[in-house]
Ligand binder design. Structure first.
Ligand SMILES: NC(=O)c1ccc[n+]([C@@H]2O[C@H](COP(=O)([O-])OP(=O)(O)OC[C@H]3O[C@@H](n4cnc5c(N)ncnc54)[C@H](O)[C@@H]3O)[C@@H](O)[C@H]2O)c1
Length: 443
C-alpha cells in the first residue's frame, strides 16, 4: 500500500496546534494544502505570511472548492460538531482533532452522517502509527513479555497552577488555549493518546471503572467555566482477553507520560507517549533482576541496577513509511536558534508527526481499504473518554455500549524483520549471578 497518489486538503482553524502540524509537513509532498480558514482572520493572516498558504474568505468558500478532498478540523472543541458536520454535508472527507465531540450522541451522529454521505470521518490522535507503539505491538506479538496482563499508562501534565500556561505560545505566536484545555480537562484532552494504542493492541474494553475529581480548582489563570472540571482521573479498563489497564490523567502531578506493559515473563516500557520515537525498553524478568530490584540503590541508579537486568535493554524501533518525518522539521524557522531548539525539543521533550494521521487516512481511501482507525474504533474511544471524564468522585463502573472488531497487527509492522523475543540477551552480570541468587534463595 506504499504507492499513494496523495490528496488535496484544507485546514479549518489554524491556532496553536496548526504549527505542530506544520513541523512535519515537509515529509508529505503527496499532500497539497489548498488553503486555510479561521474565523480569527488575524490568525489566518499570520499563517499565510509564515507558510505561504492561501486563505479562504469563509468556510463556505473552502467547502465550495471542488479540489479540496479532505477538510482537517483544527477548531476549538466546541466548534468540532458544526465544522465537521458541514464539511461532511458538503461531501468532503474529514480528519478532526480529538475529541470528535464531547457528547457521545453527537459523535455518533457525525459518524452516521459520514456513512450516509459515503465519506470518511477520521480523527486524531495518530500515535498508534508511531514507531514506539509499533515496536511495543510487534514485541508483544513476538511473545517478548509472555502473556500480557497489566498496563500502566500515565498522562500527568504537571501542576497546571504553576506552569503559567497563559504565557505559552506557538512558534508563530498563537496563544496556548489554556482556558479551553483546563475547562475541557486533562481527560478529554489527553486520555485518547493512551486509549488509542491500548485498544488497538488489546481490543475493545468490556468494562470501565473510573474516578475523576477536580483537586486544585484555582489554576491561577482567572475564572474558569466550568470551574471544577476534573484535573485528575484514573480509569481501570477490563479487556475480554484478560488484560487490565490503569490509565491516570492529571494536571496535578509532575509530568509523566510513561507506558508500561507487564506480561507473565517481562515488561515493555516507553518513556513518553508524546514522543513518536520514544525509547522502548524490554526487560525479560529473571530472578536476578527481580531480586536486585528490592535494593534501593539498584532501583535508583541504572549504572548499578542495569547490569542486573533492571530496566532491560533498549529495542531498535520498528520503522514505518513516514518515520523520517519526525526526525527533522522544517516548520517556522530555519535559523540556528530554531534548529537548536527544535533538536532539543525532539530529543528531550516530545516529537509528534500529526500529519501522519491525515496521510494514513488518505492512503486507505486511495487504496479502497478500511480506515486503520475505523468508525467503530473511534466511537469506542469517544465513549470511553466521556465515561472516565464523567465518573466523578464517587466513581463508576460502566459497560461500554460500543465495540469494534479487534485489530490485527499492521502488515508492515509484522514484516519489519524484528523478532524481539529471539533477539533478547540477558545482561552478563544477570547471567553470572543467577546461580548465586538461586543459592541465596535456598538458604
Ligand atoms: N493545543 C495543543 O497542544 C493541542 C494538541 C493536540 C490537539 N489539540 C486539539 O486541536 C484542536 C485545536 O486546538 P488549538 O490548541 O489549536 O486551539 P486554538 O484555540 O489555538 O486554535 C483553534 C483555532 O480555531 C479557530 N476556530 C474556532 N472556531 C472556528 C470555526 N467555526 N471556523 C473556523 N475557525 C475556527 C479559532 O479562531 C482558533 O484560531 C482542539 O481540538 C484541541 O483539542 C490541541
Amino acid at each position: 500500500m506504499n504507492e499513494w497518489p496523495g490528496m488535496k486538503i484544507a485546514f479549518v482553524g489554524c491556532g496553536y496546534v496548526f504549527d505542530i502540524y506544520m513541523r512535519t509537513r515537509w515529509a508529505y509532498p503527496e499532500i497539497e494544502i489548498r488553503g486555510v480558514f479561521d474565523i480569527d482572520t488575524a490568525r489566518s493572516a499570520v499563517v499565510h505570511r509564515h507558510y505561504g498558504i492561501p486563505v479562504y474568505p469563509s468556510l463556505e468558500a473552502l467547502l465550495a472548492d471542488p479540489d479540496v478532498e479532505v477538510v482537517v478540523n483544527l477548531t476549538n472543541i466546541a466548534a468540532h460538531f458544526d465544522v465537521t458536520s458541514r464539511a461532511l454535508a458538503a461531501g468532503k472527507h474529514v480528519f478532526t482533532e480529538k475529541p470528535v465531540t464531547t457528547a457521545f450522541d453527537r459523535t455518533r451522529e457525525l459518524f452516521a452522517l459520514a456513512e450516509r454521505q459515503g465519506r470518511v470521518l477520521a480523527a486524531a490522535p495518530c500515535n498508534l502509527h508511531s514507531d514506539a507503539v509499533s515496536t511495543i505491538w510487534k514485541a508483544i506479538g513476538d511473545g517478548a513479555i509472555g502473556k500480557p496482563a497489566l498496563i500502566y499508562a500515565e498522562m500527568d501534565d504537571n501542576p497546571a497552577h504553576l506552569m503559567r500556561l497563559d504565557t505559552v505560545q506557538s512558534p508563530t505566536g498563537a496563544p496556548f488555549p489554556y482556558r479551553e484545555e483546563l475547562q475541557e480537562g486533562c481527560t478529554v484532552e489527553h486520555i485518547g493518546y493512551h486509549l488509542a494504542w491500548i485498544c488497538a493492541v488489546f481490543g475493545p474494553a468490556i468494562g470501565v471503572t473510573a474516578f475523576s475529581k477536580c483537586l486544585i480548582p484555582d489554576k491561577r489563570v482567572g475564572p474558569l467555566d466550568p470551574a471544577e472540571t476534573p484535573d485528575f482521573s484514573v480509569a481501570c479498563l477490563d479487556f475480554a482477553g484478560g488484560v487490565a489497564a490503569r490509565i491516570t490523567c492529571s494536571w496535578v502531578a509532575p509530568r509523566d507520560h510513561r507506558m508500561r506493559i507487564i506480561g507473565s515473563e517481562g515488561e515493555l516500557s516507553v518513556d513518553n507517549a508524546f514522543h513518536d520515537q520514544s525509547p522502548v525498553r524490554l526487560e525479560r524478568f529473571s530472578r536476578v533482576g527481580l531480586t536486585a530490584r528490592k535494593a534501593y540503590t539498584a532501583r535508583r541508579h541504572p549504572m548499578v541496577g542495569g547490569p542486573f537486568g533492571i530496566g532491560g535493554s533498549r529495542l531498535p524501533l520498528v520503522r514505518r513509511w513516514k518515520s523520517h518525518a519526525g526526525e527533522a522539521e522544517r516548520g517556522v524557522g530555519r535559523s540556528f536558534k530554531h534548529k537548536l531548539v527544535s533538536w532539543l525539543r525532539r530529543r528531550e521533550i516530545y516529537a509528534q508527526d500529526k500529519i501522519l494521521g491525515i496521510a494514513e487516512m488518505g492512503r486507505a481511501i486511495a487504496a479502497g481499504q478500511p480506515q486503520p482507525m475505523g468508525p467503530d474504533f473511534l466511537l469506542h474511544l469517544n465513549e470511553l473518554t466521556m465515561m472516565v471524564q464523567g465518573a466523578g468522585p464517587q466513581g463508576t463502573t460502566r459497560i461500554p455500549t460500543t465495540t469494534f472488531e479487534p485489530f490485527t497487527l499492521f502488515a508492515d509492522i509484522a514484516a519489519s524483520g524484528h523478532d524481539y523475543r529471539a533477539a533478547y540477551r540477558p545482561r552478563l552480570l544477570e547471567r553470572a549471578v543467577a546461580g548465586v541468587v538461586e543459592r541465596l534463595h535456598r538458604k
